[in-house]
Design a protein around this ligand. Structure first.
Ligand SMILES: Cc1cc2nc3c(=O)[nH]c(=O)nc-3n(C[C@H](O)[C@H](O)[C@H](O)COP(=O)(O)OP(=O)(O)OC[C@H]3O[C@@H](n4cnc5c(N)ncnc54)[C@H](O)[C@@H]3O)c2cc1C
Length: 406
């Protein structure tokens, strides 16, 4: 089988690259290792697909290597507005902006994005070969030969590697794309899971497993404040999870030391909370510390935090609390610190940080600087974004640029 352009990977970036190249008059084949294309997109945004973010800017993106500014050009060539325009006017979706600039299809179904892209590709006559697991690519006399695991061959003059990262391998992206890139002399930066649950020191969360509550969490990277998010936090046996953690976990891959400061009482300022604690001392004076947080915060968490603030014994009478102890409890409730020591791994992560270093590609075209005719798009590159539609936007913008240039 032959085509002008062979796209390896039928994910988000592969589909948009194929549609763009086909519209530019190229003959295009997509090779996808799974039985269907876009399997990962189907599960994005909890099945709703947070497809982009109207607030996306270069500051929402990171690279394990340097040179993140190289990608500015990619977003300029295919902006968030272009993306929404593409999905509304070419795919037929209605895009709906929700909180924090996050955009979803109005149907609330990721399947709408999948179907829309698939129908568009079919209508354009793009060949999509599924169950085609690419294991080897050769280049000879300006032609690429792409081999599947079971020795099928497709030939073409341009290849786009759009094989994604190495998270959620059951959905297709299993890191095999890195090996294909390496076979052409490309290097791979350190790979780190992100948008993922975080592991903390054991004693900082011991006994809290299963407790879920609304918090405000501030992430510190190497001592500097990086970002603050509100949302649900869930304590687990290994550390912390929940929406708020997914939102801030982008900090972990790019900093050596990451600490989280949890505000368990975001409704109150420090002084308001201190006043509440003083009042509780008066109301509950003849009870013990075991009862102090009753009706205010999860009981087990309250007892844990009073210990963390230095009150050793739960049998202590509440009326013996000193002003220093009240202030110390107030500080722990507003600024409980945990050290992030690891993540919950690639299996649980949404995105892979790291990949093909940006210095090895031409940022104007996304063509390899090492092999003419070889292009990259999507998560395989050393680019990752925050949680909130930024990673799919990278897939759309980079896929479009590679598709324009093949
Ligand atoms: C649970 C989950 C939820 C997410 N939610 C969001 C969200 O709401 N918003 C957001 O912006 N991002 C989200 N993401 C991240 C986003 O889905 C990815 O960043 C994006 O899909 C990357 O696009 P891609 O085209 O680079 O790779 P993928 O979409 O992963 O596609 C790569 C494709 O290549 C195929 N492939 C891999 N190797 C080979 C090979 N050797 N031969 C043939 N085919 C191969 C794979 O099967 C796959 O279909 C989420 C991710 C996960 C896992």
């Amino acid at each position: 089988m032959k085509a002008d352009v062979i796209i390896i990977g039928g994910g988000a970036s592969g589909l948009i690259a194929a549609i763009t190249a086909k519209k530019n008059g190229k003959d295009v084949i997509i090779l996808e290792r799974k039985e269907r294309v876009l399997k990962k997109v189907l599960v994005t945004g909890n099945g709703r697909c947070n497809m982009t973010n109207v607030r996306a800017g270069i500051s929402n993106y990171f690279a394990m290597g340097k040179n993140i500014d190289l990608i500015e050009n990619v977003f300029e060539k295919f902006t968030v507005t272009d993306t929404i325009d593409f999905f509304e006017n070419e795919i037929g979706l209605i895009c709906n902006e929700e909180t924090r600039g996050r955009v979803y299809p109005l149907s609330g179904q990721a399947a709408s994005v999948v179907d829309g892209l698939r129908f568009c590709a079919e209508k354009l006559g793009i060949t999509m070969l599924t169950d085609f697991y690419v294991r080897k690519i050769e280049k000879k006399d300006f032609k690429f030969k792409v081999y599947s695991e079971d020795k099928k061959v497709v030939e073409g003059s341009r290849v786009i590697l759009a094989t994604g990262g190495q998270t959620y391998t059951e959905l297709g992206s299993n890191g095999s794309g890195y090996e294909l890139a390496k076979s052409f002399g490309h290097s791979i930066t350190k790979l780190v899971p992100t948008i993922v649950q975080l592991k903390t020191k054991d004693y900082q969360v011991k006994g809290l497993r299963g407790i879920k509550l609304d918090t405000k969490v501030t992430a510190y990277g190497d001592g500097s404040k990086i970002c603050t998010y509100d949302g649900e936090l869930l304590f687990t046996e290994y550390g912390v999870s929940g929406n708020v953690i997914f939102n801030i976990s982008f900090v972990y891959p790019i900093h050596k030391k990451v600490e989280l400061e949890i505000d368990f009482m975001p409704k109150f300022e420090y002084n308001e909370l201190l006043e509440i604690l003083r009042k509780r001392k008066n109301i509950l004076g003849d009870l013990t510390m075991e009862q102090y947080f009753n009706g205010m915060i999860n009981k087990k968490l309250g007892q844990f935090l009073s210990k963390a603030s230095g009150i050793e014994k739960l049998s202590k009478m509440i009326n013996t609390l000193t002003e220093k102890e009240l202030r110390s409890m107030c500080t722990v409730l507003k600024k409980y610190r945990v050290d992030v020591i690891d993540t919950n791994g690639f299996k649980a992560a949404q995105v892979t940080a790291g990949g093909i270093p940006l210095k090895e590609i031409n940022p104007e075209t996304l063509e390899s600087k090492k092999v003419k005719g070889l292009y990259f798009a999507g998560e395989i590159l050393d680019v990752y974004g925050e949680c909130g539609g930024f990673n799919l936007q990278w897939a759309w913008s980079s896929g479009h640029l590679a598709g324009m240039n093949v």
